[in-house]
Write a protein that binds this ligand. Structure first.
Ligand SMILES: Nc1ncnc2c1ncn2[C@@H]1O[C@H](COP(=O)(O)OP(=O)(O)OP(=O)(O)O)[C@@H](O)[C@H]1O
Length: 270
């Protein structure tokens, strides 16, 4: 297993989730250092989203522990985890359709950073600034007054990312952020996430789009049947016969090898 020397930003120890007799995630352990981008892949049903459910507190672990910056958060509510610095972007749209783009982000910025009482809904100026900053980071400032329901799919995805960023997270969980997007749109989201990571936010992303996963991840973990099948750099997944067999397939494995080589070349050139 990868060793993180200082107190890890996120630490999962023997995390297990059982649904009846099915172990969706089984005895999974990993550490994540601040500043990493961990890409998680694996076949349908591998346990990726269930892992996110446990990290973000939407579902309780059956056993195991989860710590954020050394603090055990295993029993904390989802909102408590938000206030501790953890933000999650869901796979499916979670925006409020009837609110504007700005209002959607405002709800996240207002409630996501500290405990608030509803009757006290006065927006402090630092929250407004946070909203504006989040909109600019994803490029939605020109759409701020549009109703969320009227947005194209790509902008809905960016809106969810803006909501998460408005909470000033230390750890950002992204569940299939580019599913269903065109190549150009995927590149657009990759630019946003790459900049978020460059700004110091630690990211864990689940993605089947290998181009996106390989481009952004500093480390990749492939799950299968709730267990770790592979953990290492992106280039290694195409050389791992088990990953190629159960997940990538031969031709996709070659594509991933090419993508990883392109990435290495681009980094050296940069
Ligand atoms: N609430 C639930 N009740 C029962 N079984 C569940 C529940 N949630 C997930 N599962 C099962 O747990 C296993 C892991 O599901 P999970 O959604 O975590 O996989 P995944 O890797 O995210 O898949 P995908 O790539 O299709 O999103 C699957 O067999 C799924 O059917």
């Amino acid at each position: 297993m990868f060793q993180v020397r200082e107190t890890p930003l996120l630490s999962c120890r023997n995390v297990t989730k059982k649904f009846g007799s099915l172990a969706a995630v089984s005895e999974l352990s990993f550490d994540l250092a601040a500043g990493e981008v961990l890409g998680i892949g694996g076949p349908n049903g591998a346990g990726k989203t269930t892992l996110f459910e446990m990290i973000s507190g939407q579902t309780a672990v059956t056993s195991g522990t989860i710590a954020l910056e050394g603090r055990d958060i295993t029993g904390l509510s989802p909102v408590g985890r938000c206030h501790a610095g953890l933000a999650r972007v869901f796979q499916l749209n979670t925006g409020f359709d009837s609110l504007s783009v700005r209002e959607n982000v405002l709800v996240a910025a207002y409630y996501g950073r500290a405990p608030r009482r509803i009757p006290g809904f006065r927006v402090p100026s630092e929250v407004s600034d946070q909203v504006q900053d989040a909109l600019c980071r994803v490029g939605l400032e020109a759409s701020a007054d549009r109703a969320a329901a009227k947005l194209p799919v790509i902008d809905r995805k960016l809106l969810m990312i803006a909501g998460a960023l408005a909470m000033s997270p230390k750890l950002l969980l992204l569940d299939e952020p580019v599913g269903g997007l065109t190549q150009r749109e995927i590149d657009q989201v990759a630019d946003v996430v790459g900049q978020v990571a460059a700004d110091g936010v630690t990211v864990v992303l689940i993605e089947h789009v290998m181009r996106f996963l390989v481009q952004l991840s500093t480390r990749v973990m492939i799950l299968h049947h709730g267990r770790k099948l592979y953990e290492g750099d992106a280039a290694g997944i195409s050389r791992d016969p088990d990953v190629v067999e159960v997940y990538l397939g031969q031709s996709a494995g070659k594509d991933v090898a090419r993508l990883a080589a392109d990435r290495t070349e681009a980094r050296h050139a940069g």
